[in-house]
Write a protein that binds this ligand. Structure first.
Ligand SMILES: C[S@@+](CC[C@H](N)C(=O)[O-])C[C@H]1O[C@@H](n2cnc3c(N)ncnc32)[C@H](O)[C@@H]1O
Length: 657
């Protein structure tokens, strides 16, 4: 396991990027401390340049000749053992962040023990921890536990030195040198790009002409010059930012946008369909930041299993093994962000003893929003591999019951493995298609629906999403998500003394899988309303999008993006059930699959007139016949894209009758 590649900026709510912590460690170890002083100009430049972060000359070189997967590896810049890059989170100041008294403070830890490094052994997790369903996305990282290293680029990382008390000084000097190189490289790059096109006052030429070198190469299916492509992307964004002054005469905004999307596809390797869908969520500049962020991995985070240990004790134990870590942020009392490790995190004795789980920071959020209480009955509808189930079990201090459901048997094995390893004794595992709920079980105090989704929030983890998601996926997935959400609502006891809450989450950022699903639920279930998630950070959900209007309460939902918070893209909505499901409510699932609405658990509490009103907006709904038509169209388009004749399917069907 090498150091460095996983040195990431902090996640979630903003953190101070002070070098003080590492300086303290060095002081305690009797090593010289030379904190590089930064001018505010330098700081500004680095933040402003987050569109093209670089670590050193070597990475820069790669960037000009290879695909951006190599470019992005530079997102982190190590300085004295800490990440220097920082996400810009308006409205939140560094000074806002302090550790709570009961929080682990890395400075209290015994530096002498850094030298007591042990080898964590070569154990890997068995097949039981494998997730098998590649069609749905799991925001949790625990499957990574089967990989004893956390670098994709082992050769490179293995060459890096281990962070031990003995070599910390040398490593620090090396990091300082790298920072200086990075600064010089950034300056050179800025000068170079200014020379190429970015001359103040000039209108850059952006739109493809036949005679352009880039366009000629693209048309001839030759590899485009990535550096040129990147420059054109950034120039295009500059024009779109100040269109009146920088656009060429006679060119429209949509021409520039089309060129930008085309270039994004060529540079980052997205299908045009997905690039456009994602681009539309943001301003051009923010879209660029999003696409860039998808090129680098999010930080490694572990969640302390409070059923087995305390965060402070776990941190001490791991530091003793050569892990450099610190609390993930004030917003979580159980997360630890790992900066470096000399041992495989999925095979330490602490891991095997269930003291922690590798879990993406964003996947803490739905559990925190649901906030399960001791002695409650909680349903986790789509639970495998169990990151959230086991977190909720711990929040409930092993009291009450968590029903952890997943229809995928292979994934359920991983779920069971994690439940055992982490010592969650209040969990029952079930194996239903969750659209069947509340038929097998209902009346829960709280329900978590961490829905199967397209994974557009975790492209850094699975770049295949860039090309393998089609129009059809964005019809079928939301359809299932809507069905699941209605089932989730119907499974909650609205008169629960302590609860009555439903949390819906996805690791996707598309409107179809998030706001539109929530809007649909609001329109079909007037007995629920959206409430505050209680989460410390996150952007407001959309209340309108491309001319469509959602219920204003959608602003209570929360969106998370890799480029804003350095976490996986995520969405969280929290509902409160305020009355029984009305008898006339439409069935939550396809007729004939799992029964009809008469079979639902229906409370007798009357629904108020206001609630009836709020259910009137039908946007985001689905109509069986209409949806069938859309899906058929999507299927036909998908076949055409694959070069198949869509009519052959129909003929084949007719022939078989
Ligand atoms: C995002 S993952 C869940 C991750 C999990 N909550 C965790 O934190 O570890 C989505 C899960 O939905 C499951 N799933 C797919 N279709 C489902 C359905 N109809 N009902 C219930 N679960 C389903 C998949 O098997 C997958 O495990």
């Amino acid at each position: 396991m090498g150091a460095g590649r996983r040195m990431k900026r902090k996640q979630g709510a903003p953190e101070p990027l002070s070098e003080e912590h590492y300086a303290k460690l060095k002081r305690k170890a009797g090593l010289p401390v030379d904190i590089p002083t930064e001018t505010s100009d330098n700081k500004r430049r680095r933040i402003g340049k987050n569109s093209q972060p670089k670590t050193n000359g070597a990475t820069r070189k790669k960037a000009s000749v290879s695909k951006p997967a190599a470019v992005d590896k530079s997102t982190t810049a190590k300085v004295n053992g800490k990440s220097k890059a920082k996400s810009v989170m308006p409205g939140l100041e560094d000074s806002d962040i302090e550790l709570d008294d009961d929080e682990f403070d890395a400075d209290d830890l015994d530096i002498e023990k850094l030298s007591d490094l042990e080898d964590g052994g070569g154990a890997t997790l068995g097949d039981d921890f494998l997730g098998s369903d590649s069609s749905v996305f799991d925001s949790d990282d625990d499957n990574d536990a089967e990989k004893p290293t956390f670098s994709e680029d082992e050769d490179e990382s293995d060459a890096e030195e281990k962070l031990t008390a003995a070599n910390i000084e040398g490593l620090s000097r090396k990091l300082d040198r790298q920072l200086a190189e990075e600064e010089a490289a950034n300056a050179a790059e800025m000068a170079e790009s200014a020379l190429q096109t970015n001359i103040d006052g000039e209108k850059p030429h952006i739109i493809d002409d036949e005679e352009d070198e880039l366009s000629a190469k693209t048309n001839a299916l030759l590899a485009p010059d990535l550096q040129l492509l990147r420059t054109r992307i950034t120039e295009n964004i500059r024009v779109l930012d100040d269109f009146a002054n920088l656009a060429e005469d006679g060119r429209s905004r949509s021409e520039y946008t089309a060129q930008l999307i085309k270039d994004v596809c060529a540079y980052y390797g997205y299908s045009e369909y997905l690039a456009e869908k994602l681009y539309n969520l943001f301003t051009p500049r923010e879209a660029f930041a999003f696409f860039e962020a998808n090129e680098s991995a999010r930080p490694v985070v572990i969640r302390t299993n409070t059923l087995r240990t305390h965060r402070r004790d776990l941190a001490q134990a791991l530091i003793n093994r050569g892990v450099t870590l610190e609390p993930v942020g004030k917003w979580s009392k159980v997360g630890l962000q790992v900066f470096e490790s000399t041992v495989p995190l999925g095979a330490t004795p602490e891991y095997l003893a269930g003291h922690y789980i590798l879990q993406a920071a964003s996947s803490f959020l739905p559990c925190m929003a649901l906030d399960p209480q001791e002695n409650e009955r909680v349903l986790d509808m789509a639970a495998a591999p169990g990151g959230k189930t086991t977190y909720m079990a711990a929040m409930m201090k092993n009291t009450g019951v968590v029903v952890a459901n997943d229809p995928n048997k292979a994934r359920a094995k991983g779920l069971i493995g994690n439940i055992h390893r982490l010592g969650a004794r209040n969990v029952i595992v079930s194996n239903y298609d969750a659209r069947e709920f509340p038929k097998p079980m209902g009346g829960f105090d709280r329900v978590l629906l961490d829905a199967p989704c397209s994974g557009t929030g975790v492209i850094a983890k699975d770049p295949s999403v860039k090309t393998n998601k089609t129009e059809l996926d964005f019809m079928q997935l939301p359809h299932t998500q809507k069905q699941l959400l209605l089932a989730a609502i119907d499974s909650v006891n609205h008169s629960s003394k302590s609860g009555g809450y439903i949390v819906y989450s996805t690791c996707s950022v598309t409107i179809e899988e998030n706001e539109q699903v929530v809007q649909y639920a609001l329109s079909r279930r007037p007995n629920v309303k959206l409430v505050e998630t209680g989460l410390a950070f996150g952007k407001e959900g959309f209340t309108s999008f491309m001319g469509k209007k959602f219920d204003p309460s959608l602003r209570l939902t929360r969106r998370y993006y890799p480029h804003s918070y350095n976490v996986d893209g995520f969405y969280v909505a929290k509902f409160k059930k305020i009355g029984p499901t009305p008898a006339k409510a439409s069935a939550p699932r396809d007729k004939g699959v799992v029964g009809n609405s008469e079979e639902q658990i229906i409370d007798k509490t009357p629904i108020s007139a206001d609630e009836e009103e709020s259910g009137k907006d039908d946007f985001g709904g689905w109509d069986e016949d209409e949806d069938k038509e859309y899906m058929e169209k999507g299927r036909r388009n998908a076949m055409r894209r694959r070069g198949l004749d869509p009519r052959s399917n129909i003929k084949a069907k007719k022939g078989s009758k």
